[in-house]
Design a protein around this ligand. Structure first.
Ligand code: FPP
Length: 245
């Protein structure tokens, strides 16, 4: 018997795949008269908490939006801080993720990153590749429109006629099921070019909690809310072919 008992949220149905727009780091820092970069640093801690909670609950896939195709337009100093944080996290956290049974996947247009960062990504993915407790997809330089376009271009290059199945074979998240639940923290209620194709039937959950404050209990609240949703996938309640087990 495990020493530490894990209290489970009272839910009938857990999502297989949770996606998160981690918003509110800057405001969290500004409210404390700290630089925005400090909010991002605390954001990394929040991500670690959520990874642990997903593992405890047996959620198989977690996808987080860490840097969008549009985030390059932020002040150079903030972009630099974020790149530094990603590099640091890849260097410092990969071994712990591997120990926890996490398979790390970095998804997005990686051609924009430095060779150092690309090497670290390859190493971290390699180190965690045999794990299957949780697939952690970190979206970096990612945009939903970019994803669909690159999938269509890949089909075109292969001389294949476009089909939905063909596009899905080339999307950045082809190794994960479509998200069942998308959480956005920080009070905004939009998708901001995150997973556009993959969220066709995803349940959306918005919370005012700023990302650095998001914790296991916040995730549990989102899961309880998800559990009460009636998913119909365009059909009728009885015909629900893809409900998460
Ligand atoms: C949005 O908050 C957050 C980001 C653009 C960065 C998210 C990155 C992290 C949480 C770090 C993740 C780290 C790793 C290693 C994956 P915002 O800055 O837009 O906040 P605001 O809306 O309050 O200004």
């Amino acid at each position: 018997m495990s020493k530490k008992s894990v209290s489970k949220p009272d839910v009938a149905v857990l999502p297989r795949h949770v996606a998160v727009v981690m918003d509110g780091n800057g405001r969290w820092a500004q409210r404390r008269f700290l630089p925005r970069s400090s909010g991002h640093k605390f954001g990394v801690d929040a991500l670690k908490r959520i990874v642990r909670r997903c593992i405890e609950l047996g959620i198989g896939h977690l996808t987080v939006f860490a840097f969008s195709s549009e985030n390059w337009s932020r002040p150079a100093e903030e972009v630099q801080t974020l790149m530094g944080l990603f590099i640091q996290a890849l260097q410092r956290e990969s071994a712990e993720l591997a120990r926890q049974g996490v398979r790390l996947r970095i998804v997005g247009d990686l051609s924009a990153f430095s060779p150092e960062m690309r090497d670290l990504i390859v190493q971290a993915e390699e180190l965690t590749r045999s794990n299957d407790r949780l697939v952690l997809n970190v979206a970096l330089n990612y945009g939903g429109r970019w994803d669909m376009l690159q999938a269509a271009q890949a089909l075109h290059s292969a001389g294949e006629a476009p089909t939905a199945a063909g596009i899905e074979r080339h999307l950045a998240l082809r190794h994960s099921p479509d998200p069942d639940l998308l959480i956005r923290t920080g009070g905004e209620r939009r998708i901001s070019n995150f997973l556009l194709w993959q969220i066709a039937y995803t349940e959306l959950y918005f919370t005012d909690t700023l990302w650095p404050d998001f914790n296991a209990q916040s995730l549990d609240e989102a899961l309880v809310d998800f559990s009460s949703r009636q998913r119909r996938f365009g059909g009728v309640p009885e015909a629900n072919p893809r409900a998460a087990a």
